[in-house]
Design a protein. Structure first.
Length: 139
């Protein structure tokens, strides 16, 4: 197997392991991974558009609509109409959404700590540098 194939396989396997462990921890119980990703995306932003959320998730705005609707119904997000252009609706994280994200991420961090606890500090530092290098070159 070529090196890049091994790398791709390892990345997919680690991603699957993380998702599996998060599922086992039941920390997302009433939320999907996509819904938590939306909350994470909106964290630290004043507001954003449905298109920006869809672009972030690499899905069509029509596919993002049910995700946003579920989060609005739960009180995690709110819609804000643009007074100048009624076609534009901004999406904003609510205080309840911020609290939900904080709670979910506490458990997710514990799960990730457990998985990456197999690595020593030096290995973690190297892995972080590698990921940062890849991200910096692709931004």
């Amino acid at each position: 197997m070529q090196q890049n194939e091994k790398l791709l396989s390892a990345i997919f396997n680690v991603g699957r392991l993380i998702r599996e462990e998060i599922h086992k921890s039941n920390c997302l119980a009433d939320f999907t991974h996509t819904e938590v990703e939306v909350l994470k995306f909106l964290h630290g932003k004043k507001s954003t558009t449905m298109k920006a959320i869809a672009d972030y998730l690499y899905i069509k705005p029509s596919s993002a609509t049910p995700v946003i609707e579920n989060l609005v119904a739960r009180g995690s997000l709110k819609r804000i109409e643009n007074k100048e252009d009624r076609r534009v609706v901004y999406i904003e994280l609510t205080p309840k959404g911020k609290k939900t994200l904080e709670n979910k991420y506490k458990t997710i961090r514990k799960t990730v700590d457990k998985i990456f606890g197999k690595l020593n500090a030096k290995d973690k530092t190297i892995l972080i540098k590698i990921f940062e290098k890849i991200n910096d070159e692709n931004i």
